[in-house]
Design a protein around this ligand. Sequence first.
Ligand code: PAF
Length: 280
Amino acid sequence: MIETVTELSRLRAIVSGWKREGLRVGFVPTMGNLHAGHYSLVKLARQHADRVVSSVFVNPTQFGPNEDFTRYPRTPEADTSGLQDAGCDVLWLPTVESMYPFGVELAAKVHVPGVSAVLEGAHRPGHFDGVCTVVSRLFNQVQPDVAAFGRKDYQQLAVIQQMVTDLAFPIEIIGGEIVREADGLAMSSRNQYLDGAARPQAAHIRRTLLAMRDACLAGTARHQVEAEAEAQLREAGFQVDYAVVRLPDLGEPQDGQGGARVALVAARIGNTRLIDNIEF
Ligand code: PAF
């Protein structure tokens, strides 16, 4: 049976007991409203650890003033039973007060420069500070050996990896593959905001990413690939924040430079902002 824990002292007692037995502890941080993508991360963590903790915490510090913090979907019963079925041992449910004991305004913040500044960081100022601030706290609370993050949030994974290296957290970070709906739409808690025609339209992002990949592999210049992707998305009714091709570290590739790439898109349909990417 999964144990739901709301007191840090209880969480610490469980995890230190496991560690005394020599067990390896895996961790999957989430904001709840869980779907198959999250459960695949729990299963992945399970492959790398003997016990798995997952947290559900809708973190106020990573939402901008005009973003969806208050309406972010909260589904605690479904999350608990889904986590249990996926093989999670402990559900950690911190409160805002326990996460930020001095209040959100006075919270010590973690800022990872460079990789945080571009793409999502440019369009959502302060977002990655909020993510790093909460993830570093969660790491200190849970003290895992390994933590799993989804590759849909490609930049978040890169930022966390840099934070862990820079701050010497003794934690292995692993990335879980993107889980998709049948039409290719990447699973996301925000997909449920998509109503009527917006839902089938959303699958266009995946088709655009596949076209970006194919054009790059066929030798089309990066700026042309990006311009065409943006035009296609606008034509399909999206407001586009970015449609870009980057190096794996999110640096800008030179034309003619070979090697691994990632294409990333952030675009809105109505009030719903979606992100996705493809690595090639
Ligand atoms: O990816 C998420 O759901 C969140 O950004 C995370 C990592 C749980 C931090 O709040």
